[in-house]
Design a protein around this ligand. Structure first.
Ligand SMILES: Cc1cc2nc3c(=O)[nH]c(=O)nc-3n(C[C@H](O)[C@H](O)[C@H](O)COP(=O)(O)O)c2cc1C
Length: 249
């Protein structure tokens, strides 16, 4: 955990004040992959995890659990394991998704910026101030809908980080070391590690959230039929980044 002084009176402390309104915060929360080396205080971690655990889940079963790794010996070992997995996953993705071809050759394209951010992220993964493993305790065999009982909690956590001036990113980069992580952290077999979330104080600036225009993503009444009210607000930034879409989708 961070500075033990943080822990003195948490049970009598309310959550810290938001630094941004709810709607503005959730429209501007980005994947943050570069952090300063500032520790995340216990009061902030507590607020993020409290927000995460307020998320909905099927029948309110609350199958989500969060292993929070900061700077203890196991945390350091887990971060190193994750760093090696992240390096391998990114190298593979870089080649597979053509990050060095097409607009990847333009040094200022969103694709190139993403590749730079990923390079830095995986090279410094072990230094992330906080690594969280959001996990799902299964009560039935793997089911296509089960993620809906853990991923809202992950997004709540990231939004709470944003509310407090921190940032983070959800990743699926743990797969190659999942078994080792489970052994190291004594995570039971029936528990599904749903991803990883790194959190810290953002280093440097980061641009706006970019998505496809609302009109491409929202239909009214039937598939592909325009919704006249689906108009992006002024100042919206756009991208169609990502691997090529299948025709017609
Ligand atoms: C299901 C899911 C998986 C993701 N996996 C990774 C990942 O493995 N590595 C990573 O760096 N970012 C990962 N991300 C973050 C996305 O790349 C990021 O949210 C997306 O590119 C949009 O960027 P923005 O949030 O900065 O607008 C993932 C996000 C989601 C929701």
């Amino acid at each position: 955990m961070s500075d033990p002084g943080d822990l003195s009176d948490l049970e009598n402390d309310p959550l810290p004040e938001d630094q941004i309104g709810l709607l503005a915060g959730l429209c501007t929360t980005r994947a943050i992959r570069r952090y300063t080396d500032e520790r995340v205080p216990a009061a902030a971690l507590r607020a993020m995890l409290f927000a995460a655990t307020r998320a909905p889940s099927g029948s309110n079963r609350q199958p989500f659990r969060f292993v929070v790794l900061t700077d203890g010996p196991k945390a350091r070992e887990a971060k190193q394991l994750m760093a090696s997995s992240a390096q391998a996953v990114w190298s593979d993705k870089r080649a597979r998704d053509g990050y060095d071809s097409g607009s990847g050759a333009d040094s200022n394209s969103p694709k190139t910026r993403m590749a730079r951010s990923m390079e830095h992220f995986v090279a410094h993964f072990a230094d992330a101030p906080v690594l969280i493993l959001p996990s799902l305790v299964r009560y039935r065999p793997p089911h296509p809908g089960e993620g809906a009982s853990i991923y809202p909690a992950c997004q709540n956590l990231l939004l709470a980080a944003r509310a407090l001036g921190y940032g983070g990113v959800f990743t699926g980069m743990h797969h190659m070391v999942e078994d080792e992580l489970k052994r190291l952290l004594r995570i039971p077999d029936e528990v599904f590690i749903a991803g990883t979330i790194t959190v810290g104080r953002p280093a440097g600036g980061h641009g706006p959230v970019r998505r496809r225009p609302l009109s491409e993503l929202v239909f009214a009444e039937e598939w592909d039929a325009p919704a006249v009210w689906a108009v992006d607000p002024p100042g919206t930034a756009f991208t169609s980044a990502g691997p090529p879409r299948k025709t017609g989708l």
